[in-house]
Design a protein around this ligand. Structure first.
Ligand code: HEC
Ligand code: HEC
Length: 378
């Protein structure tokens, strides 16, 4: 996957170039966070025609969604260092496609975002309009035998109850107030030592020891930021921050009933050879969080979170494994975080619960004049 990794890095580089211009801006995702109205795309960027009225902080996530849907990089549509230019045909074409997609949803789905770029493109710039020919393994679709009803879904209480029992019972929830972990991060065949500090109330800092210095991903309970060697730390947008806070909450044995307004059971799924129950966690004004619980062990094996963009949802999938006991609770010692642009795995070797942790660890460092520290990483 060295190719995918290179692509991820290049993409990160371009994204950071864009964000460098936006440092200091912290437009709210769906509601103004500090009383100020969020800055709009057309106020922040130079040549916005379709995304007018969209919060500026959604422009790059939208672009990531479009790139993932078409299986291309930013340069497919953009001239390097001049995102506002309309020099490339595909960019102009994409504007028409954006208008077309909005019209399809408006005319057929009451304006709900049912059809996205990915509905047609599915990772290719050229959608396929002709059905594929059967291959030698083709089996005719099987109809469910008449009279056989699909099994009834379990209740959310059953699934969550089984999960709570599996991770140590009710007493385990809230028991971990902090977690200090050391291990390694593997991406594209390379291994990097990593430390992860997590504290209640959505605080977390992951410090990856790269060959050229520390790369930090952190949230202080409110604001998220990214730091990498030789660059000023940059703010996460509010969707990234929410996602990273959610990861922090999940790391300390989550109280699902508290996090979500509603837990809704949907059709079960098979992940590899494991049967899982699927529960959607509903929060106000946010896309749902999808959780897969192993039917046999009850453990949470996958969490998929989404960020909304005007043209579709960007997914982040976290697969949990290697559950071990720590301080009366069971936590995953291994997880893989996957996005359309790539994935990495973290394996924890050492973990300590409820150690004292200075809050300063989670707070973005003020950039000392003349000595930039940290910077855009992801
Ligand atoms: C399939 C084509 C396509 C791809 C791929 C694409 N973009 Fe865009 N981008 C557009 C279009 C179209 C607009 C103008 C949107 C509008 O008019 O509202 C735009 C606008 C932008 C702008 C605003 C520029 C300005 O000043 O007006 C930025 C920044 C941007 N894109 C960044 C990116 C990044 C970063 C990537 C890669 C992650 C990317 N784009 C990938 C089509 C694309
Ligand atoms: C209803 C289906 C559909 C949807 C939805 C859709 N597209 Fe397309 N798109 C197509 C088809 C069909 C083509 C033409 C492919 C060809 O010429 O072979 C195309 C072509 C394109 C091209 C030109 C590719 C090239 O090689 O130059 C771009 C860029 C593009 N789409 C972007 C988008 C974006 C961005 C979205 C979402 C905002 C989107 N499309 C949504 C069907 C769709």
């Amino acid at each position: 996957m060295s190719n995918g990794r290179a692509k991820g890095i290049r993409l990160a580089g371009v994204v950071s170039a864009v964000l460098a211009g936006a440092i200091g801006l912290y437009a709210a995702w769906h509601a103004p966070m500090d009383g100020k109205a969020p800055k709009m795309a057309e106020e922040q960027f130079k040549n916005i025609q379709v995304l007018k009225g969209t919060p500026a902080d959604q422009v790059v996530p939208t672009m990531q969604f479009i790139s993932a849907s078409l299986g291309v990089e930013c340069e497919f549509c953009h001239v390097e260092h001049a995102f506002d230019k309309d020099d490339k045909k595909p960019k102009q074409f994409a504007r028409n496609m954006m208008r077309m997609t909005m019209a399809i949803n408006k005319d057929n789905f009451e304006g709900h975002l049912e059809v996205s770029c990915n509905t047609c493109h599915r990772g290719s710039s050229k959608p396929v309009s002709i059905p594929a020919i059967a291959d030698e393994n083709f089996k005719p679709p099987m109809e469910a035998p008449a009279g056989e009803k699909p099994a009834a879904l379990p209740s959310a209480n059953d699934v969550v109850g089984k999960y709570v029992a599996a991770v140590g019972g009710k007493a385990a929830i809230g028991k971990l107030q902090s977690l200090s972990e050391k291990g390694s991060m593997t991406a594209g065949g390379k291994q990097i030592p990593i430390e992860i500090y997590t504290k209640a109330a959505g605080k977390r800092a992951s410090i990856a020891h790269m060959p050229n210095g520390e790369s930090i991903t952190a949230v202080d309970g409110h604001a998220g930021w990214l730091g990498s060697p030789g660059r000023p730390a940059r703010d996460m947008n509010s969707a990234e921050t929410d996602g990273y806070k959610l990861d922090a909450t999940f790391a300390l044995v989550p109280n699902l009933e508290q996090i979500f307004k509603e837990l809704r059971v949907v059709q079960p799924e098979k992940l590899g050879d494991r049967e899982t129950n699927v529960v959607l966690g509903i929060r106000d004004g946010m896309p749902p969080v999808k959780m897969n619980f192993d039917k046999e062990t009850g453990l949470l094996v996958r969490m998929t979170r989404y960020t909304e963009t005007p043209f579709g949802r960007n997914p982040v999938q976290v697969d949990f494994a290697d559950y071990r006991e720590l301080a009366g609770a069971k936590i995953p010692y291994k997880w893989t975080l996957g996005r359309p642009s790539g994935r990495f795995t973290i394996q924890v070797d050492q973990a300590q619960a409820n150690v004292s942790m200075d809050d300063a660890k989670f707070v973005k460092p003020a950039a000392p004049p003349g000595a930039p520290q940290g910077g855009p990483g992801h």
